[in-house]
Design a protein around this ligand. Sequence first.
Ligand code: FEO
Ligand code: CA
Ligand code: CA
Ligand code: CA
Length: 645
Amino acid sequence: FVTAGGPGSRLTFETVLPGNESDVVVPSNYEVDILLRWGDPLTPEAPEFDVSNQTGASQAQQFGFNADLVLWYPLPEWVVRRVMMLGGQLDDRASRVLGLVYPRAKDNFSQRALVIVNHEYTSGDDMFPGYDASNPTQDQVEAEIEAHGFSIVELELDNGGRWQFNRNSQFNRRSTGSTAMEITGPLRGDLLMQTAADPTGMEVFGSLNNCAGGKTPWGTILTCEENFDQYFANFPQADQAYELSKRIAAPSGESGRKWERYDSRFDLSQDPQEYHRFGYIVEIDPYNPRDKPKKRTALGRCKHEGAAASIAPDGRVAIYSGDDARFEYVYKFVTKHPYDRRNRQANLSLLDEGKLYVARFDAGDAEDDDMGTGEWLLVHDTDFPDAAALIDTRGTADALGATPMDRPEDIEVSPKTGHVFIALTNNSRRDGDPGDTRVVNGRVVSSAPDEANPRNDTYNDGNPDSNTGNQHGHIVELIEDGDDPNSLTFRWNILVKCGDPAVPAHRTSFGDIVDPVAAGVSPISDPDNLVHDDDGNLWIATDGQFFSGGPVGFGQNDGIFAVPVEGEDRGLLRQFLSGVPRAEVCGPEFSGDNRSFFCAIQHPWDGQAFTNFWPLDEESGSRVSKPSLIAVREKDGQKIGKGPA
Ligand code: FEO
Ligand code: CA
Ligand code: CA
Ligand code: CA
């Protein structure tokens, strides 16, 4: 088998072949455990899952639907004892000590851990037997609202080295589509945030479409609201609220889910400003079971995907985030104040003040060489708050000349180099030639390829004259000038142009690998979620690869891929895991010691969940496929990526 990463590299695993197997496939020296499935009760009191009897009240106590982001946090024993002693909360003193030990603890072995899993969205057809999409019941709608949000759960290692869910943990909690959250930052209390239900403009119910996210240096969760538009109905077309959101418009008629029939806050004809209260990065402290989630408005409002933190030499913290839609932008927020390891309480409000930038990618010294330079353009500064400009983040960024990208999904900062990696998953509308334009998301853009989004026909339709879009996506590496996250200028290059390296029409490239087929590079399409291992290798989850004959994918189960980003094997990308049919693979994450790997299998057998079953043992149980959190470990306890010992 192929190895990657040069002498001594740990990426010596056997390449997993692309396929359509009905269960998760990993290299032969690895094992897969299913840790949590949709509907699993999260507390001792929670009801057992009953597919034929679902309500909001039951789902609110169970693992939610469509698992996406996965983040791992070490759980020291003393934190468990302290929180128990204080009746289920973390006090300021313990929080301060936690802030001191967290930077080391997060990279080491821990017997106990907290894991957050996002529940991005619901599909009534795959949740309720006999579901009628034109006429959902109130119980179904309430169950769907409560199946959104995220779960925070405690995992414990057993003697065999397997992670087990601890149902009795005081840290287990759900946050759903109806959980009270604080609005913080410049939009807190603003006139534009006030609704009939919340005249203060300071509290909102629920977080929706939580997709990817990230961890802060002080051990909190950042979870991102992505496609929030689809939950709302009857968006008035002539209203100030419409003007501020025309770049991210909700349906003008009824919504697909029809929640507005049972919950008036989803009916924008009644209260259009409710719409202003979604589309944010939400911060929550997993160590404090009483912590109220906070929507951090200073980081802008869009279809946020990832949120990756990086500490600058002067201590200020940059948070990188993508806006996942065709021809949208890459953003960076830089805090006004520095991170202070000794003062976790102060860090807990760091994200409320600072500057929001958007990226412009320039060609640099030469055209068509897959690299260039770039500039961060100022969108908003909390020292000069402008509520309308912030609510209309996209529109503000348009006026600055930011570069429309091929759907920025997850974004990660290498722990080794500080370089930023951006997954651009695909763009079926990148189908023009120079001079061609399209109307996308309420404004006119060039549909032609550009330096940072260089392909307009990786969809192999057999017609050399038609441009059919960037079918397979690519990954960009961004290097801040001076290696300083505060920098206003950067260099960038394309690490990988995805596709099948054996198909010339895909025009792939894989780092420095001259002959990818001979080198054993795996085919890959639609890169989505990212994570680095502690050696700095990039691990990639895909979403859309399963589909074929259309503008994305090429007919193989989505999976997990690993690629060195430094050294002579830079670009030697190989498949580590194959998922299950019609499922995307999400949230790749490592335990601190990198000896466990976690990911989520989202929407297994999408659209067919009542006729095909995964996890496989569901066939004899509730007879429905279930989105699930899984763990992968090497049989001899080696670090993830190693081949047989
Ligand atoms: Fe929810 Fe952009 O993936
Ligand atoms: Ca160039
Ligand atoms: Ca995603
Ligand atoms: Ca990630």
